[in-house]
Design a protein around this ligand. Structure first.
Ligand SMILES: [Zn+2]
Length: 423
């Protein structure tokens, strides 16, 4: 069984040109004494929108690793796969995000629920969990309700795992189960029932991605009750540690935070929880890199700035279609989007000021940023025009990509506020 490293950090590289710049951030962090394993992830949805293949992500990652002489582990994540989409990833990936969110709520049959409760009488009653002050009180009805809602999803996770393992034929891989793309957050008692159900499926789950309380919009900060998030995150850690012992789950099992990029206000609570408990973490930050490509182009000026402006103008025209697949994970207020006539005249400073995620800059515009976040299809449709611009401006783009991952994400998560750069 392949076990996952304590800290893993997912990066996304929509156009497969930034792997080296991303890896530099991991090198800088390793130089500060914190080993974090890079995981290049790309969902099927992104592959379809960009028109790319998992082989391309693998090739870009391998090339970066060899060019920078990275000798530690790294992983390729088949992000949000299911039985219908996993196969084309199989030759290229060693990390599988098994997405069963669509099966949450598919009701389990009464006899399946009864059998689950017979297997798990320990879930009913007063459960002391180390690290949670008040014991969990779970009634038979609670377990029935949670089982009805989640048993089928957990069963499907087992089926997908076995499908991958069969195809991999003995080759090691990491399995994550994700339930984040759903509306209702899973509570810590639900998490305990879910982990018992996953243990029944008898596969070595390494990370679990719940839906946390609050909004995890793409490319912008967390929106929600910070104190409640911190409580829930800490309780989830305690439940996982408990379930590892109670159900013989892998000792390396850890939480995975999806849409983790740019959630600056929860990095402090996460870091405190990790340093208090010694727990590991997986965090995905895929989309933030593509925006750094735009920032780099805008910063370069001239034709590159004109291209960055053009991408926004097209995104503005096609706003509805671009936002539609991401409707539940963005909040764009049309009235706050800068108009086409205005952006046509923007300087490098105006463009980068609006886009770069620096909340202390009055020019920063989260609506502009979110629209561009989902606007990568526009760049994909530009084909070589866009890719040639990436190549011509690789230096300035790469600098922004590395700085964004290292200073805005890794430093607050792994080193702490005191290390944050002055803006
Ligand atoms: Zn996700």
């Amino acid at each position: 069984m392949k076990t996952i490293d304590k800290f893993t950090f997912g990066v996304g590289d929509r156009f497969a040109h930034q792997a080296e710049a991303q890896l530099r951030a991991f090198q800088q962090l390793a130089d500060r004494g914190i080993p974090v394993t890079p995981v290049w992830n790309k969902s099927n949805r992104e592959h379809l929108i960009v028109g790319s293949e998992p082989a391309g992500t693998r090739a870009a990652a391998d090339a970066a690793v060899s060019s920078l002489g990275w000798t530690s582990d790294y992983l390729l994540d088949a992000d949000h796969i299911n039985l219908g989409t996993v196969d084309r990833y199989l030759p290229h990936c060693d990390f599988y995000t098994i997405d069963v969110a669509d099966d949450i709520g598919t009701p389990a049959a009464p006899e399946e629920i009864a059998a689950f409760i017979d297997r798990h009488p320990e879930l009913i009653g007063t459960i002391e969990i180390e690290g949670i002050a008040a014991p969990l009180r779970i009634t038979r009805e609670d377990v029935e309700k949670t089982a009805r809602q989640f048993l089928k999803a957990c069963e499907l996770a087992g089926r997908i795992y076995r499908h991958i393992a069969g195809a991999k034929d003995g080759e090691d891989f990491i399995a994550e189960v994700s339930m984040d793309e759903t509306d209702d957050p899973q509570t810590p008692p639900e998490m305990l029932v879910i982990l018992a159900a996953i243990a029944d499926q008898d596969f070595p789950i390494q990370t679990i991605a719940p839906k946390f309380t609050g909004r995890f919009n793409k490319g912008v900060d967390y929106v929600g009750d910070l104190a409640r998030f911190e409580q829930e995150f800490n309780d989830d850690l305690a439940v996982i540690a408990h379930a590892i012992k109670a159900y013989g789950l892998p000792g390396t099992l850890k939480l995975s935070v999806h849409s983790g990029s740019d959630k600056f206000s929860i990095y402090g609570p996460i870091r405190r929880a990790l340093s208090r408990t010694g727990a590991g973490l997986h965090i995905k930050t895929a989309g933030t890199t593509w925006l750094e490509e735009l920032i780099g182009l805008a910063e370069a000026g001239g034709e590159a700035l004109a291209l960055a402006r053009q991408i926004y103008l097209t995104a503005l025209e096609k706003k509805e279609a671009l936002c539609e697949p991401y409707a539940t994970v963005i909040d764009v207020d049309d009235s706050k989007l800068p108009g086409a006539e205005e952006v046509k005249e923007w300087t490098s400073e105006q463009y980068t000021g609006a886009l770069r995620h620096d909340q202390s800059n009055p020019a920063y515009n989260q609506h502009f940023r979110q629209l561009l976040h989902v606007g990568f299809k526009v760049a994909a449709q530009l084909g070589d025009t866009y890719l040639d611009a990436l190549k011509a401006n690789a230096g300035v783009i790469g600098k922004n990509v590395t700085e964004n991952i290292y200073q805005r994400h890794m430093v607050p998560l792994f080193l702490g506020e005191e290390d944050r750069p002055r803006q």
